[in-house]
Design a protein around this ligand. Structure first.
Ligand SMILES: [Zn+2]
Ligand SMILES: [Zn+2]
Length: 224
């Protein structure tokens, strides 16, 4: 708490010195133009005053003061099955200018946008004193690459791409992996069942035709 106040004071002091330097420089120039005959007198007083202030400013400047400058997104995993329920854990991390993790100086609101899938929460808050927040992205049923971006006022965003992988499909009769658009199994030649009676696969909890010997979603053999 005390340390933060010190940092704030230092920033304010630097800002005041910077403003003072600019004001002195501007005043010197304006006065020198206005009092053209006495230009050397004005420059003789205003010039050194500006230099001294600028010098003090340089000495007091502390480049170590760092503030959050970027918000970085990370996803674990980056590749997930396009089944509409696979999860990726998203970390929203604050970084300073040099890319080092840094704590929020105030509660920081970050808005997340994605071109695919569903975010558990599109708005996350990184509380003051914390470096990161987390949320979950659930895949869509459409395969392909998606972009995830963060938006927080005054911060650059390091966006990421995630890949929703095409879901595998299995023959219900023999358990062979099938192409998604195949009408017939290339192994047994049978077509997928289209019955109205259904059951739930004990392995992946997908609803599948009652007569299926193998789960079409995960390929697990079904109890007879
Ligand atoms: Zn088959
Ligand atoms: Zn299954």
């Amino acid at each position: 708490m005390l340390k933060e106040q010190k940092v704030d004071l230092k920033i304010n002091l630097n800002m005041m010195l910077l403003i003072l330097t600019i004001a002195l420089l501007a005043a010197t120039i304006v006065l020198a133009i206005l009092f053209l005959p006495k230009v050397f007198l004005v420059l003789g007083v205003g010039g050194p005053a500006t230099f001294i202030t600028a010098f003090v400013l340089l000495l007091s400047w502390n480049p170590k003061i760092s503030m959050p400058a970027k918000v970085q997104l990370q996803a674990e995993p980056k590749e997930l099955v396009a089944d509409g329920r696979s999860k990726s854990f998203i970390t929203i991390q604050l970084l300073d200018k040099k890319g080092k993790p840094i704590a929020a100086q105030d509660d920081t609101e970050v808005k997340l946008t994605t071109t695919g899938g569903k975010l558990e929460s599109a708005f996350v808050k990184i509380p003051k004193g914390m470096e990161k927040a987390e949320t979950v992205l659930i895949s869509s049923k459409e395969s392909g690459k998606i972009d995830l971006a963060a938006d927080a006022s005054g911060l650059d965003s390091i966006d990421i791409k995630l890949n929703f992988l095409e879901k595998s499909r299995y023959c219900m009769h023999c358990g062979t992996m099938m192409q998604l658009n195949a009408k017939q199994c290339q192994n047994c030649g049978k077509t997928p069942l289209a019955g109205t009676d259904t059951k739930v696969c004990a392995n992946c909890e997908e609803v599948i035709p009652f007569a299926a010997k193998f789960c079409s979603e995960c390929g697990a053999g079904q109890p007879v």
